[in-house]
Design a binder for this molecule. Structure first.
Ligand code: BES
Ligand code: MN
Ligand code: ZN
Length: 495
């Protein structure tokens, strides 16, 4: 994806579509006034008549124009100025892109409105650019007749007084992060017949080689040699052998940030089989691994001077004669034993080994991302990630990275009483809390047993990783969530 920045007079900008964002109930100023004058007051008349209000994500196309070099104009509502934040900008820009990319276009341009604090020219361009990227693809990967057409070129029209270097830096980041988000979305949307542990690992190899990231892929024998009995337990039920991908971006400093992503390429539940309805979207259960791969791609492309390692445990959770049974006990890499009470609580089993591996691999700080529990969606709804961990200041750094990225995450408590709920009579722990109550936290409590003393944050992304229904600003299917939070965190980690 390519995003250029222009400073030309608005009327001279060549484009198939020019997107003009407007705040609600505000007089036209700056670029908007410039365009209105070129159109001999057409926009102010529409506002006067009440046809355009500027409400969030309101779209008003003007198809036949005289006075602009652009062929079509799309007026985009941003809502009230004092309510604008990262998610609002991204959603609005995505709404415009979704509308426009329903047809084939060459050049999609967007007018950057005057910067609203606390945004800077850089973060303003970044948010609008990422929104355009996010709204340009759609879930229809296997349609024989395409229904969405990413534009060949994207362009941001900056205000005359915006510093070029800052806007250009934001646009460059937007192109790289937008591409990484699209990669994660595409991986989540790929059907499970095509995306399984081996094919995911191969895709990771392509991405790594194209990006200059070191990669090591462990197969089943190597996983046995590495004592990853908990991951292997889950993998056993499937015809598809597991893989464990290790990605390394080594660009400086003593400390290493470790990113771990749950990669269950399909979650049937195993012998604790899900219902048809629960199983339908379970190709999304590798969204954590997709986010880590996307983030590694972006971190490498941005050449962030930092050490970041990515760990992707990849399995398929299936029922079979070889599958894990209830009452089975597995031994994880760090020697701890886990009694299986529900084979559908498989994510924590593969993450246990992956986290222990990352600890042995000398990660200085850890973040894991996982579509881990339905309980987290009960707690926070489907648009907000739950955040848990073992270190308050590390949690705050992760939460503020999410804030800067315009992604929603919220902390849940880790009181010791939740740890009591996963005690087993037979083994060191059991893989469920027994009741549904507190399910997001009992899952995190199990993970905590595998991070030793490393500062660790766990993001339960079961809700935000997947959109069941479309909305104006959002396609259904994979969302690519938290790729950009990880990029922000890598910048923070680089110091
Ligand atoms: N992958 C699911 C969690 C999930 C549910 C993700 C809905 C996205 C949408 C996970 O493996 C799972 O099945 N969790 C169980 C845990 C339970 C058996 C303790 C759940 O949430 O019901
Ligand atoms: Mn499951
Ligand atoms: Zn799962």
């Amino acid at each position: 994806m390519q995003i250029t920045v222009q400073f030309t007079p608005a009327a001279e900008l060549q484009a198939d579509w020019l997107v003009l964002p407007l705040f609600e109930d505000e007089a036209l100023t700056g670029r908007a006034l410039e365009i209105d004058e070129a159109l001999k007051g057409a926009i102010s008349r529409l506002i006067q008549a009440g046809d355009i209000a500027g409400k969030a994500n309101e779209l008003t196309p003007l198809l036949s124009l005289t006075g602009l070099a652009a062929r079509r104009l799309l007026i985009l509502g941003l809502g009230k100025r004092d309510q604008i934040d990262g998610p609002a900008v991204i959603t609005a820009a995505a709404a415009a892109a979704r509308d426009i990319t329903a047809k084939q276009v060459d050049r999609l341009a967007l007018v950057l409105p005057d910067v609203v604090p606390p945004f800077t020219p850089e973060t303003w361009a970044l948010a609008f650019g990422v929104g355009l990227a996010q709204g340009s693809h759609g879930p229809g990967l296997r349609k024989t007749k395409a229904e969405r057409f990413p534009a060949r070129e994207y362009c941001l029209l900056a205000g005359p007084s915006m510093p070029a270097a800052l806007v250009e830096r934001g646009a460059r980041r937007a192109a790289i992060e937008g591409t990484a988000v699209a990669l994660a979305q595409e991986l989540v949307n790929t059907p499970p017949c095509d995306l399984y542990p081996e094919s995911f690992a191969e895709r990771a190899r392509q991405v790594a080689q194209a990006s200059g990231i070191e990669i090591n892929i462990l197969d089943q024998h190597q996983l046995e040699a590495e004592h990853m009995g908990s991951l292997l337990g889950v993998a056993r039920g499937s015809e598809r052998p597991p893989r464990f991908v290790v990605l390394r971006h080594r660009r400086g400093g003593q400390r290493t940030l470790g990113l771990v992503g749950k990669g269950v390429t399909f979650d049937s539940g195993g012998l604790s089989l899900k219902t048809n309805e629960q199983m339908l979207d379970m190709k999304c259960d590798m969204a954590g691994a997709a986010a880590v791969l996307g983030a590694m791609q972006a971190i490498a492309a941005l050449q962030i001077p930092v050490n970041v390692h990515g760990y992707l445990p990849l399995v398929e959770n299936m029922p079979s004669g070889k599958a894990l049974k209830l009452g089975d006990v597995v031994r994880a890499r760090n020697g701890k034993t886990i009694e299986i009470h529900n084979t559908d609580a498989e994510g924590r089993l593969i993450l246990a080994d992956a986290l222990a591996y990352a600890v042995d691999d000398k990660a200085g700080n850890l973040v894991d991302l996982a579509t881990l529990t339905g309980a987290c969606m009960v707690a926070l709804g489907s648009e907000v990630a739950g955040v848990m961990g073992n270190n308050e200041s590390w949690l705050q750094r992760v939460l503020s990275a999410a804030q800067r990225a315009g992604e929603r995450a919220w902390p849940l408590p880790m009181f010791p009483l939740y740890g009591d709920m996963i005690k087993s009579k037979v083994a060191d722990m059991k893989n469920t809390g027994g009741s549904r109550y507190g399910g997001a936290i009992t899952a995190a409590k199990l993970l905590e047993e595998f991070v030793a003393r490393v500062p660790w944050a766990h993001l339960d992304i079961a809700g935000p990783a997947w959109m069941e229904h479309e909305s104006t600003g959002r396609d259904p299917g994979g969302t690519g969530c938290f790729v950009r939070t990880l990029v922000e965190l890598a910048y923070d980690y680089a110091g």
